[in-house]
Ligand binder design. Structure first.
Ligand code: PMV
Length: 309
């Protein structure tokens, strides 16, 4: 007996940070990268977790119960009221770069929840997968908005407002995004914490910034739905400058954003928690390669060209 599930990466197009303060954000799946989980019967006693990408080869009981992967398995056993644990091999692999804003943790959680529930013949609705993945996100990321687990569970563009029912939306005309990785790993928890401290000190100013970002997210959604993605370029530039004001950009991110614009991108911004991780640029399809090359020349460690449709 075996079961398999895969989950995509994700990128936030608009609205990071403001989303923590109940403003809307737009995020889309990135299917070029994915987390894959296979669950198999094991000939040996125990539950063995193999994740060669992070050098993890361990029996479940040897891991702390709050370990990001062990906690998913334990939560599911609890959810399904399983007291007699089966003997399992769990093989995890992922092409999603870690700690760079592409949702690697949430994708592993979602793929693990789905493969394990299917192996145990305990089907879960998307809604249930999403809320379990959110519980895991909360264990490891402080006060996440839930945007990562939502876009990854539903594998569709989402217009996300914290705590509200999921809203997916249609893409009127496909468009191309180039993702550039600074290679600097940055903890979202820290940038979110810093923004909170600044917000407490300067609430009116930060609330204004969040309102402006909310406007951008709303206009961006309409532009995408109405098949006018070229309008997103200017919105990205504007959103990036507000994120700079919120102090979550970095010299590396600013350099890549500038390089993308100079190479003909229609607009660019950081994406996710900031301070490191990834930026995104909107490019006409035939310019995407040259924007990606310019990002590499400006120091990007890796680029991904993805079509949003
Ligand atoms: O760094 P990422 O891609 O996981 O995104 C974080 C997005 C924030 O809005 C900064 C935080 C959140 O929980 O939504």
């Amino acid at each position: 007996m075996n079961a398999f599930a895969s989950a995509p990466g994700k990128v936030i197009l608009f609205g990071e940070h403001a989303v923590v303060y109940n403003r809307p954000a737009l995020a889309v799946p990135v299917t070029q990268v994915h987390a894959d989980v296979e669950v198999l019967d094991s000939p040996r006693a125990g539950i063995f977790i193999n994740a060669p990408g992070i050098d993890l080869h361990a029996e479940l009981n040897s891991l702390p119960s709050d370990h990001p992967i062990a906690s998913v398995v334990l939560k599911l056993f609890q959810r399904f009221e399983i007291s007699q644990r089966p003997d399992l091999e769990i093989n995890i692999s992922s092409t999603i770069p870690v700690a760079s804003g592409l949702g690697s943790g949430a994708a592993i959680s979602v793929a693990l929840i789905r493969s394990l529930s299917s192996f145990l013949s305990q089907p879960l609705s998307d809604n249930e997968v999403n809320s379990l993945a959110f519980e895991i996100e909360k264990l490891h990321h402080g006060t996440p908005s839930g945007i990562d687990n939502t876009v990854i569970t539903y594998n569709k563009p989402v217009y996300f407002i914290k705590g509200q029912p999921i809203e997916t939306f249609k893409v009127g005309k496909p468009f191309t995004i180039v993702i550039g990785d600074t290679g600097v790993s940055a903890l979202t928890k820290e940038s979110v914490g810093d923004v909170r401290r600044l917000w407490l000190r300067d609430t009116a100013n930060f609330e204004n910034c969040f309102n402006e970002i909310a406007q951008i997210a709303l206009i961006a959604r309409r532009s995408i739905e109405h098949g006018k993605p070229e309008l997103l370029g200017e919105l990205m530039d504007h959103n990036h400058s507000i994120l700079q004001n919120l102090t979550v950009s970095s010299p590396e991110l600013d350099k890549l954003v500038k390089a993308a614009r100079n190479a003909g991108a229609l607009g660019a911004k950081l994406s996710g928690g900031g301070r490191g991780g990834n930026m995104i640029a909107l490019a006409e399809q035939d310019k995407a390669e040259s924007v990606a090359d310019a990002l590499i020349s400006a120091g990007a460690k890796r680029t991904i060209i993805t079509e949003i449709s």
